[in-house]
Ligand binder design. Structure first.
Ligand code: MRU
Length: 356
């Protein structure tokens, strides 16, 4: 499995996704501030991976705390939670992971734990979030593979792979699982302007796994579908509202509309940590607007003339009516999503012993 993020000794170590595929370089973050910067600058990206990084960053930072009393420790903890929460706004996994850390902290503090014990509990929780994410991806893969025919040409957008998670991937987990079952899969990877997650990261992962991969520019997807070269679409998600509207990488909405026009199933694969029942529909999902340089330049080369206005929304929202099914670690959710998603979330909370 590809190493996306790991906590080794005194540092959280991540493969630098800005440098792939040209160089496989690891970044070592020794403080919570360095982890926050890594999330903001896309050293690590992808909704579940961001959540894992934030949890590890908080635990790392708190392990370095010199506080001797729990009051001071609690103040520092809150500051680190706020620091992580301010990194990227759209992926709800980030806030979900911070909430988990807060819950563990509150329980431990209520039980009178010492600073040393609090540090240990936060560390354990961060590792648990990491390990559970890998397990969720494996489970999504097993469920999602049922949707893949024996021979399938699958279009995906952005990178929802091992790099975007703690390992194995969501959308790419489905593809991997189908390939592992012996199905003949071929992937069309949208390049995914402007950050090129598809061309750089999805292609890198799949080629390493020996999966048949063809990169297309985003504006080729329509034609590929019309020519009959796509059997199904599977993408990841950054946040899924209670009604099933899906926020994912900019361009996903266009792919979904095209899939509908060509009668191609459009699947979303995402863990339940991506489902936000507190957000009623997609119009309420905050969409990150990133630096215009991602659009104006490719590497050091400027593409656009000075003076042109630039927009760079990093995500869009696909209305639930375009989504055929949502693959989760608990099974495949079908419309009406407000019912199927709520049932899965409730079952997961009961299993985890968490009362809302
Ligand atoms: O801006 P990014 O690269 O963090 O956006 C990532 C995506 O949009 C992914 O499709 C999504 O997070 C799902 S990852 C399993």
């Amino acid at each position: 499995m590809l190493p996306t993020i790991d906590w080794k000794d005194e540092a959280v170590v991540m493969i630098d996704q800005r440098k792939l595929p040209a160089s496989e370089i690891y970044v070592s973050c020794k403080t919570a501030q360095e982890v926050a910067k890594a999330i903001k600058t896309m050293v690590i990206r992808g909704a579940p991976a961001i959540g894992v990084a934030a949890a590890m960053g908080i635990a790392l930072g708190m392990n370095r705390s010199r506080a001797t009393g729990t009051k001071q420790f609690a103040t520092e903890f809150q500051k680190l939670c706020d620091l992580m929460a301010a990194t990227r706004p759209t992926a709800v996994n980030l806030f979900w992971a911070i909430e988990r850390m807060k819950r563990v902290f509150a329980d431990a503090a209520q039980n009178g734990c010492s600073v040393t014990e609090l540090k240990q509990r936060l560390t354990n929780e961060a590792h648990r979030i990491h390990d559970e994410d890998v397990a969720s991806c494996r489970s999504m893969g097993a469920f999602g593979a049922q949707l893949v025919p024996e021979q399938a040409r699958i279009l995906t957008h952005c990178n929802a792979g091992a790099l975007a998670t703690a390992g194995y991937g969501t959308a790419l987990g489905v593809i991997r699982a189908a390939a592992e079952q012996g199905k003949k899969v071929a992937v069309l990877a949208d390049e995914t302007r402007p950050f090129l997650q598809g061309a750089r990261l999805t292609a890198w992962e799949l080629v390493k796994d020996g999966i048949d991969t063809t990169v297309i520019t985003d504006n080729m997807a329509a034609s590929m579908m019309r020519l009959g070269h796509v059997d199904l679409v599977v993408v990841g998600a950054d946040r899924i509202a209670a009604n099933g509207d899906v926020a994912n990488k900019i361009g996903t909405y266009g792919v979904a509309v095209l899939a509908r026009e060509h009668e191609i199933p459009f699947y979303v694969a995402a863990p339940l940590s991506t489902v936000d029942l507190n957000t009623s529909d997609g119009s309420r999902i905050p969409i990150e607007e990133r630096n215009e340089r991602e659009v104006t330049h490719v590497g050091p080369n400027r593409l656009t003339p000075e003076g042109a206005h630039i927009r760079n929304p990093a995500f869009d929202v696909t209305p639930a009516r375009y989504v055929t099914a949502i693959v989760t670690e608990r099974g495949i959710a079908r419309p009406p999503f407000h019912e199927s998603l709520a049932a899965f979330v409730e079952a997961a909370q009961l299993a985890a012993g968490v009362a809302r």
